[in-house]
Design a protein around this ligand. Structure first.
Ligand code: C5P
Length: 404
């Protein structure tokens, strides 16, 4: 069945003032604006005069659907209180790019243009994404200013290292819009799992037969990665044991890459003692070849090759059976009889929570439809994007752990 509700609306209801100061990275602020509104936020753009030399206000106006303000004396705001009115009701001010000059002025509390004045007059959190030449970033004056800002509670996102517009290489690049979006979502997410250590498995496993062939499955890893990201956003310290997938590592998540079920099992067992929550999202192969041929298997002259299979350890069941086991969550991917099979699996593996989904709706796509099974019964969640489902799952886990 086609589900098409995978919109990532993590910032729905949030109002953000996006401050753009004058650096080359201002061009990336246009993409950032799109990402913020795409995630459901409303955005008011305020630019410095220097920023308008890089990108025109018209671009931001078209993308935000709101007038863009630059000048303190703008008479579009009747009482000339733009510096107060534009930030009232905002959930955060995000300045991206934040130049060395902007950071210096903000650290000193200077207010000589609209952006610096409204930052000084704010009653909401301030997030800054520095962007400057590496020497400017490393200059002791900038280091002092950033330290002062951090002490004042300003949240500093980045900068990143890499090739700079000036041709030099080093630290000072603005974080990419996607990374900034993730940081902003992280910032707002309720911290249901603060202080918890969470371990999870994701993706398929690959069970080698010979040096080039093996058995795997169509798991994309997207659900597991979405759960890892949601857990991190909820404040948990997250380690992700991942089978072979082509997905970026979620921000501030430790990823350990593995291939086979046995490797996955070993990496889980190495860490499980220090874990509060274990979520097994991986589609682990049930069987592996008893002997992996060191050489490529040749086509047999007569008859078919014989491969003997042996059973892989059930990682989830083994973790759940440990003394002092962490809070265990499993995923049951079924092609039919979801309710019955998922409940049976929950009982067999002796775990408090099983997430059931139909393979037809879960594998590969951006969306999913799941039912949560726990001691209280079954809780169907509406079809949604995997990131939304992951967030609801994390909330449910936090709720069950609170009751324990
Ligand atoms: O028994 P089945 O494979 O259907 O169970 C699925 C659940 O068990 C998933 O949470 C999966 O990650 C976990 N599992 C595991 N190790 C295995 C097989 C499944 O951790 N060998």
């Amino acid at each position: 069945m086609e589900l098409n509700v995978g919109l990532n609306l993590d910032l729905t209801g949030k109002h953000i003032v996006l401050g753009v100061s004058g650096g080359v990275a201002a061009y990336k602020a246009a993409t950032l604006l799109r990402r913020l509104t795409g995630a459901g936020a409303t955005v008011q753009v305020v630019m410095t005069a220097a920023a308008t030399r890089f990108v025109t206000p018209v671009t931001f106006q078209a993308l935000s659907g709101k007038p863009v303000f630059v000048d303190m004396w703008d008479d579009r705001i009747a009482d000339n209180m733009a510096h107060i009115e534009l930030s009232r009701g905002a959930d955060a001010i995000l300045v991206a790019p934040a130049t060395a000059d902007f950071l210096a002025k903000t650290a000193q509390g200077q207010a000589d243009d609209l952006l610096s004045t409204l930052v000084l007059a704010r009653d909401c959190p301030l997030l800054v994404a520095p962007a400057m030449n590496r020497q400017m970033w490393e200059n002791p004056a900038t280091c002092r200013n950033v330290a002062l800002l951090r002490r004042d509670g300003v949240i500093c996102l980045g900068p990143d290292a890499g090739m700079q517009a000036c041709g030099e290489e080093g630290c000072g690049r603005m974080l990419e819009p996607e990374a900034l979006l993730e940081s902003v979502i992280n910032f707002f997410a309720p911290k249901h799992l603060a202080g918890k250590k969470l371990l999870l498995t994701a993706g398929p496993t690959f069970e080698a037969i010979d040096p080039v062939r093996g058995i795997t499955n169509l798991s994309s890893g997207r659900m597991g990665y979405a759960v890892a990201r949601a857990a991190r956003q909820a404040g948990a310290e997250v380690t992700l044991i991942s089978g072979p997938v082509a997905l970026p590592v979620p921000q501030d998540v430790t990823r350990v890459s593995v291939q086979s079920a046995l490797e996955m099992y070993a990496e889980v067992m190495r860490r499980v003692k220090e874990t509060d929550i274990f979520i097994a999202v991986a589609a682990v192969a049930d069987y592996r070849a008893e002997c992996v041929s060191p050489q490529k298997l040749k086509k047999a002259a007569g008859g078919l090759p014989e491969i003997r299979f042996v059973e892989n350890p059930d990682i989830l069941a083994k973790v759940a059976a440990l003394p002092n086991a962490p809070f265990c969550v499993g995923f049951a991917a079924e092609s039919e009889n979801l309710e019955t099979y998922a409940q049976q699996k929950r009982e067999r593996k002796k775990i408090p929570l099983m997430v059931g989904n139909l393979i037809q709706e879960a594998f590969g796509g951006a969306d999913n439809r799941v039912i949560l099974f726990d001691d209280a019964g079954s809780h169907p969640l509406p079809a949604a994007g995997k990131s939304q489902i992951a967030r609801q799952l994390i909330e449910h886990i936090a709720h069950l752990m609170e009751k324990k």
